[in-house]
Design a protein around this ligand. Structure first.
Ligand SMILES: Nc1ncnc2c1ncn2[C@@H]1O[C@H](COP(=O)(O)OP(=O)(O)OP(=O)(O)O)[C@@H](O)[C@H]1O
Ligand SMILES: [Mg+2]
Length: 239
């Protein structure tokens, strides 16, 4: 089966106001991502990785240029349509976790499923499976304020993965994890990539993540300076 283009950007530019001037966070980015990718955005802090992920995920809009997700130009969507696109196709793990503080771990992970038409028993099964993936079965009833940074990060990963989305946008997903948890979570992501064909787009500084990438896109000052296919480590199937 030929890989399908899931995301395409055309001449994407993002400016932020900075005093009397404009700061260019993304500078003319034209790029496509296909199904089954396991791709990383790398580059120095401030190079635009989070900005690009947020715009790809229709959480933020570009100053110029366009983004197509599943063939839809996200600039033409209403808030409601963009929310629906995200809820059907996209899972996010945020650099700052963005957990809902009044909800328990279980409820945070369940949250994306409430937007989908899913039977309660099926929903419960999916939440427990996601909590098991990230090793947090014993923290189901805790609230985010009672969690360590690494545990919060794992809740954010479980929430992104729970609906087995077609595309996962993962912003520094291992930044606060110890070696064992990073390893387990990466193995789980690789398995989903190989077995379900889930597309992963990471922003990462972590060599452990970078070592498993099929494709590495390097950003500097908001520009793509390199887009490279990677040799996969032994034991990793090519797709
Ligand atoms: N809301 C904002 N207002 C103004 N400037 C912003 C805003 N968001 C990001 N920036 C600037 O845009 C640039 C790119 O930020 P971004 O968060 O995309 O970087 P990054 O590559 O993800 O960095 P890191 O590796 O530190 O996470 C930075 O210089 C940042 O200060
Ligand atoms: Mg970032």
């Amino acid at each position: 089966m030929e890989d399908q283009i899931l995301i395409a950007t055309e001449r994407l530019v993002k400016h932020y106001p900075m005093g009397k001037h404009l700061f260019t966070a993304l500078n003319d980015i034209t790029i496509t991502f296909k199904s089954r990718e396991f791709t990383g955005l790398v580059g120095p802090s401030g190079s635009g990785k989070t900005t690009l992920l947020n715009i790809i995920g229709a959480l933020d809009s570009p100053t110029r240029g366009l983004v197509r997700v599943m063939g839809q130009d996200t600039g033409t969507l209403s808030h409601k349509q963009a929310a629906r696109l995200r809820s059907i196709y996209l899972g996010f793990t945020f650099q700052t976790y963005n957990l809902l503080p009044v909800y328990t771990v279980y409820e945070n992970v369940e949250f994306p499923l409430l937007l989908l038409d899913m039977a309660p028993a099926q929903r419960k099964k999916a939440v427990l499976q996601a909590l098991e993936w990230v090793g947090l079965m014993d923290k189901q009833k805790s609230r985010p304020s009672q969690l360590s940074g690494g545990e919060s990060q794992r809740v954010s990963i479980a929430r992104a993965m729970v609906k087995a989305p077609k595309i996962v946008l993962a912003d520094e997903p291992t930044a606060n994890l110890d070696a064992a948890n990073s390893h387990n979570i990466l193995q789980m992501m690789i398995k989903l990539n190989e077995e379900l064909g889930t597309t992963f787009i990471f922003a990462s500084h972590d060599d452990k993540v970078i070592g498993y990438l099929k494709r590495k896109i390097t950003l500097t000052d908001g520009k793509v300076v390199e887009d490279a296919r990677m040799d996969l480590p032994e034991g990793r199937n090519t797709c």
